[in-house]
Design a binder for this molecule. Structure first.
Ligand SMILES: NC(=O)c1ccc[n+]([C@@H]2O[C@H](COP(=O)([O-])OP(=O)(O)OC[C@H]3O[C@@H](n4cnc5c(N)ncnc54)[C@H](O)[C@@H]3O)[C@@H](O)[C@H]2O)c1
Length: 318
């Protein structure tokens, strides 16, 4: 199946990722049926999609007169068959639980068109595991989006052992068509590409927290205003080319023996988790949110973040 054959999309799971993925498709002209096991979640998802479309329009990334037609392309359901029977491309964004995903994929295959492509948004499971009971494994692929999925451009398109080139290419082309920036990953390396880099950085940052050489706020400011500032515009390998590879080689040789290569749970994180500090959800993490910690405050903080991200999307990608 080629990208031109894709007319309808199904999204399974309407949580943080599923609703944003559904929005990305309806905004670019695809009818989407969004499925969840909880009607309350579907109602909240529809509301968030409407708000998300307005934020896009207010940021100049979507004509205001495209909001209503986009919403009209969205339908929601508690019936899996309704979501997948007529879909040419299905994205699964259910909880990161192997049993739940295995069951969904098995049921999906029985209900879907034989040529439909079945994608998972898993962060850490493999297609071999998720698709264990699927007969035609050639049409399985991972499309790994980043939160907030309707805004962050990159989507990793990961080939499983049995994914066909046609499936990989069609998923890639479809994501280009909805204005995402897909990247093909030719093999199911744990953590794919981006999360491996993110975790490597997290290990060093948490080791620096343990060493107590700077406050959490200063660590955030240092990274945000230096490599973070640069990386939003130019990638890490281009950064090396621009500085000179000889210099990077010398710096690697000097510093690699000095930085953390620990495979233990980071102490800085473990101590906070053991105290019950789970970040914004509990009002305490590296920072203290206890003074402005309300549901409204959290919603407003997410909207502020999205407005800022949309400005960056407009400047750097559109
Ligand atoms: N949150 C992130 O930052 C992020 C980023 C990349 C990938 N992912 C991956 O995306 C997937 C979804 O994560 P999320 O953060 O959106 O989770 P979430 O908990 O916000 O949403 C999951 C949704 O799935 C629904 N659900 C439960 N059982 C289901 C079933 N049997 N069929 C269909 N829906 C069901 C739940 O009601 C919930 O609405 C996971 O695989 C996760 O690893 C998450």
């Amino acid at each position: 199946m080629g990208v031109r054959d894709i007319q309808k999309v199904g999204v399974l799971g309407a949580g943080i990722m599923g609703h944003g993925i559904a929005m990305s498709f309806v905004m670019e002209g695809f009818p989407v049926t969004l499925y969840d096991v909880n009607q309350g979640v579907l109602d909240v998802a529809s509301h968030h999609i409407e708000e998300g479309l307005r934020l896009f329009a207010d940021s100049g990334l979507l004509d205001h007169d495209r909001i209503t037609p986009s919403l009209e392309r969205l339908s929601t359901t508690l019936d899996l068959k309704e979501a997948v029977a007529e879909s040419d491309f299905v994205v699964e964004a259910a909880p990161e639980d192997l049993t739940v995903k295995q069951e969904l994929f098995e049921r999906m295959e029985a209900l879907c068109r034989p040529e439909a492509i079945l994608a998972s948004n898993t962060s850490s499971l493999t297609l071999k595991g998720i698709g264990q009971r699927v007969k035609n494994k050639g049409r399985l692929v991972i499309t790994h989006w980043f939160n907030p999925p309707h805004i962050v451009p990159t989507v990793e398109v990961v080939k499983g052992e049995e994914t066909t080139e046609e499936t990989l290419d069609t998923a890639y082309d479809l994501l280009v068509r909805i204005k995402k920036v897909p990247v093909k990953i030719h093999g199911e390396l744990p953590g794919f590409l981006v999360n491996r880099v993110q975790i490597a950085m997290a290990r060093e940052i948490l080791a620096l927290c343990d060493a107590g050489i700077a406050t959490p706020e200063d660590i955030d400011n240092a990274i945000k205003g230096s490599i973070g500032f640069r990386l939003a515009s130019i990638g890490p390998l281009l950064t090396m080319d621009l500085a000179g590879l000889g210099l990077w080689l010398r710096v690697c040789e000097n510093l690699l023996p000095e930085i953390s290569s620990s495979t233990e749970s980071p102490k800085a994180l473990k101590e906070l988790v053991d105290k019950g500090y789970d970040g914004i959800k509990t009002g305490r993490g590296f920072y203290d949110y206890s003074t402005d910690f309300t549901k409204e405050g959290l919603d407003e903080a997410i909207k502020r973040r999205d407005r800022e991200f949309l400005g960056r999307l407009k400047n750097l990608y559109r």
